[in-house]
Design a protein around this ligand. Structure first.
Ligand code: ARG
Length: 458
């Protein structure tokens, strides 16, 4: 019975068809074929070097695996549900092709340490790719920032006009976020980059494996130190999902701003047509679908983190089949993050900036009121008194439906006798921006030098 199963020995009845489908992971874990073969080659070479299996067998195994790799890449490999997962699909095919030698490959190994290895190898490559996409996005942001060093926009708090800022400064805030995302992924990579083979099913193995040699072949700087932990740890995947969630949160905040900025009421930016769609009923519409979708997809990425956290919660040591549920959330997050970053980098690169609309809005809403208060402080008034005086000036403007920039000197002097003609040069949006000349501030020179620093990799 169960003659087609690699583990069929102790079974007397065949697996129920639906159970077979329900428990199989091949539909999604076939993605790991490359890593699975790479790991098996390294394992086989080590078995040969240690004299655990004959060197002739190693040659046959390696050759056979290379052929299977080719077949999969050419789309000629028939994946079978009854062989459950990628590990057994490949191993069964190998044994069918080369016989005896193929059946020696799994010596001193379990699918439990094998799958841990495969995911680590896979995630490691994907993190490198995601980091490259982050670099593309950062680059697009730097280009736009550099092109907008003289574009002044209103900075907001509570979505209310607060103080004028450079649009470049606003973009550079996102550069900071994406740099941190890179840092987090880089840190996560340290925990991903640990080699688990040798843990066996859970307790280690009776064969004299050279685990360091396997690690060396696969470019792992270290090996796992506890076999139980090695097969039951998915912290590295959770950490990645958490980092990806934070990254998507950044993209989602940015999306929200792009959506608001491209409304008719703001008109700060225009996304290029390629990133928008029309409406089937309203002829005037150009909808910012791409940022909306990225904002929406943030939900599934958070969901994937929750899904795996919940899978892992309460799992006793060591491996449990529940853990097969780690892959789909992981793959989905990888795909979503890569797609979102790729499309964002292009969209930002092509975004058109409406400098005039930003500039106009920057001067509204008493955005330089703080500058007047600071002016009075420089004239000797305590800040709280200055704040009070300017507050009254603003109230006066509200009542008379005017901006503080149109107050006459006589009107200013109603609120403080310390105000003089030099007030007018300090309440322009340009002066306001450039006065914020602290490290990290929005003054043009500061922003310019930040852009150069990031470009130089500092
Ligand atoms: N397909 C399994 C998974 O993804 C591989 C490990 C299975 N191990 C086992 N003892 N059933 O987790």
């Amino acid at each position: 019975m169960s003659k087609d199963k690699l583990w069929g020995g102790r079974f007397t009845q065949p697996t129920d068809k639906f159970v077979e489908e329900f428990t199989a992971s091949i539909d999604f874990d076939k993605r790991l074929y490359h890593q699975d073969i790479r790991g098996s080659v390294a394992h086989a070479r080590m078995l040969g070097k240690q004299g655990i299996i004959p060197l002739e067998d190693v040659e046959q195994i390696v050759h056979g695996l290379q052929k299977i790799l080719q077949q999969i890449e050419d789309g000629e490999f028939d994946f079978s549900i009854s062989l459950e997962d990628i590990h057994m699909n490949i191993e069964a095919r190998l044994s069918a092709a080369i016989g005896e030698a193929g059946k020696r490959l799994h010596t001193g190994r379990s699918r439990n340490d094998q799958v841990a290895l495969d995911i680590r190898l896979y995630l490691r490559d994907e993190i490198v790719e995601i980091t490259a996409y982050l670099d593309l996005l950062i680059d697009a942001l730097l280009n736009q920032a550099e092109a907008n060093l003289d574009t002044i926009m209103p900075g907001f708090t509570h979505m209310q006009s607060a103080q004028p800022i450079l649009f470049a400064h606003h973009l550079m805030a996102y550069v900071e976020m994406f740099k941190r995302d890179k840092g987090r992924l880089d840190d996560c990579l340290k925990r991903v980059n640990v080699m688990p083979l040798g843990a066996g099913a859970l307790a280690g193995t009776t064969f004299p494996l050279d685990r360091e040699y396997v690690a060396e072949q696969l470019d792992f700087p270290s090996i796992t130190r506890n076999s139980l932990d090695a097969v039951s740890d998915r912290d590295f995947a959770l950490e990645f999902l958490a980092d990806a969630s934070i990254l998507m949160m950044h993209l989602s905040r940015f999306s929200e701003e792009l959506i608001i900025w491209s409304t008719g009421s703001f008109q700060f930016i225009e996304l290029s047509d390629g990133f928008c769609t029309g409406s089937s009923i309203m002829p005037q519409k150009k909808n910012p679908d791409v940022p909306e979708l990225v904002r929406g997809k943030t939900g599934r990425v958070y969901g994937n983190l929750m899904a795996l956290l919940t899978v892992m919660k309460s799992l006793p040591l060591a491996y449990n089949k529940d853990m097969q549920e780690d892959k789909e959330p992981l793959f989905d997050t990888i795909d979503t993050v890569k797609g979102s970053l790729k499309i964002f980098a292009e969209m930002i690169q092509e975004m058109r900036v409406n400098t005039a609309a930003m500039r106009r809005a920057a001067g509204l809403g008493f955005s330089t009121a703080t500058d007047v208060a600071d002016y009075l402080v420089r004239k000797g008034l305590p800040f709280r008194d200055a704040h009070e005086a300017v507050g009254k000036a603003v109230a006066y403007c509200v009542e008379n439906e005017m901006e503080i920039t149109s107050l006459s000197l006589a009107e200013w002097q109603l609120f403080s006798s310390k105000i003089d003609n030099d007030i007018f040069e300090c309440i322009t949006v340009e002066a306001s921006v450039n006065a914020r000349n602290v490290p990290g501030g929005t003054a043009r020179d500061r922003v310019w030098s930040e852009i150069q620093k990031v470009r130089a990799g500092k």
